[in-house]
Design a protein around this ligand. Structure first.
Ligand code: NAD
Length: 355
């Protein structure tokens, strides 16, 4: 039975729909949350991880689907927000059949939800979903990687933060401490290097840091030392919840702007950053480049220039957001939430791609 707490949580988030699918023969326990279709079909990733309880899985799907609605609204996309959570069994006996069954479940929603790849899911799984439904992105058909587009958006976001904080139009000579050199982080490091930025980096994978030092002249620090680096910008591109009491007490940067999802451990950590005079670029606004790419893929607008042009808008959105936060004496993420909520209510006023 869905607990009253979860129902209340769903209500507070402004839901929406929750769909469950159980197929015992395939060991499929799937939940699709559709937060909103006000702006268009709900697009969002599919997570396939082990959950200790159904309540935690539902909590995750609710929270993540709402996040996707806000991200799409702030990226001016004609999309709503949704998410799939799969309660992964200890062993997946027939992975292909498992994801094909999920594909039929997505198809039953008749296009109100478009599924994409997320944690615990690989491209072959997406291809199996695509055998059963057209409402899918991030398959091998387009062979596209959203990470370079996410990195481009983060770069534009850093530029907006620098413009607002330092009143300067160039990143040349600035110092960025970058956490995580994965798909997004390494691409971002490259782009920053080209703009004359000095880099200090960390990653759990020593091969990545060594390569970055060799190719881009980056200084390497241990993962636990990245927060205390004296720099202009701290760019988290690895983990969620990294803005917490411990990390914030060490930060010496003037700006936090990076790709990682759910960076604030708790909302109160945004206030802590402000108290320290640190400008925070809300994660779901700055990291929307990948979503813009995914939407373009769905609509077959695969044209690099076209997608990049729309990603440029992240600069204007963030600058407007910082200015409003300053004027209204609010936190940037509070302003982002209220801007997103306004766009969910008046969906067509801001759409810039598609219908
Ligand atoms: P990734 O898995 O390719 O890279 C993450 C990197 O972080 C890895 O190299 C890993 O070794 C490193 N790492 C993990 N823990 C670390 C630690 N404690 N200290 C230092 N390094 C650590 O992931 P990605 O696709 O580059 O995404 C990075 C972040 O951006 C994630 O939070 C992801 O959710 C978010 N994001 C990614 C995209 C995208 O297009 N890929 C879009 C939006 C948001």
């Amino acid at each position: 039975m869905l607990s009253n707490d979860l129902l209340q949580y769903a209500k507070n988030l402004g839901f929406g729909e929750l769909h469950f699918k159980i197929d015992q023969t395939k060991e499929l326990y799937a939940i699709i949350g559709i937060h909103s279709t006000q702006r268009g079909p709900a697009l969002g990733g599919c997570r396939c991880i082990e959950y200790v309880s159904i309540d935690l899985a539902i909590h995750d799907v609710l929270r993540l689907a709402q996040g996707m609605s806000y991200k799409a609204a702030m990226a001016n996309l004609p999309l709503g927000g949704g998410k799939t959570v799969l309660m992964r069994p200890k062993q997946l006996k027939n992975r292909d059949a498992y994801f094909q069954t999920l594909g039929r479940f997505v198809n039953d929603l008749k296009g109100r939800y478009i599924i994409a790849m997320d944690s615990g899911v690989v491209m072959n799984d997406m291809d199996n979903i695509a055998l059963e439904t057209p409402y899918v992105v991030t398959t091998s058909k387009h062979k596209g990687d959203p990470a370079p587009y996410t990195a481009l958006g983060v770069l534009r976001g850093i530029e907006a933060a620098v413009k607002f904080k330092f009143q300067q139009d160039t990143l040349n000579g600035l110092h960025v401490a970058l956490q995580g050199l994965g798909h997004v982080g390494y691409n971002l490091a490259n782009r920053l290097h080209k703009q004359g930025v000095r880099l200090t980096v960390c990653d759990r994978d020593q091969k990545l840091t060594t390569h970055c030092a060799k190719e881009l002249g980056a200084t390497i620090v241990k993962s636990e030392d990245i927060y205390a680096v004296e720099c202009d910008i701290f760019s988290p591109c690895a983990l969620g919840a990294i803005l917490n009491d411990e990390s914030i007490s060490q930060l010496k940067a003037a700006i936090v702007a990076g790709a990682a999802n759910n960076q604030l451990a708790e909302p109160r950590h945004a206030s802590l950053l402000k108290e320290k005079g640190i400008l925070y670029a809300p994660d779901y606004v700055i990291n929307a480049g990948g979503l813009i790419y995914a939407y373009a893929e769905y609509r077959n607008y695969i044209n690099k220039e076209f997608v990049e042009q729309h990603i440029q808008a992240i600069y204007d959105t963030l600058l407007e957001l910082f200015q409003r936060a300053h004027k209204e004496n609010k936190l940037p993420h509070e302003v982002a939430d209220s801007m997103a909520e306004a766009r969910l209510i008046k969906p067509n006023a801001h759409a810039i791609i598609g219908d």
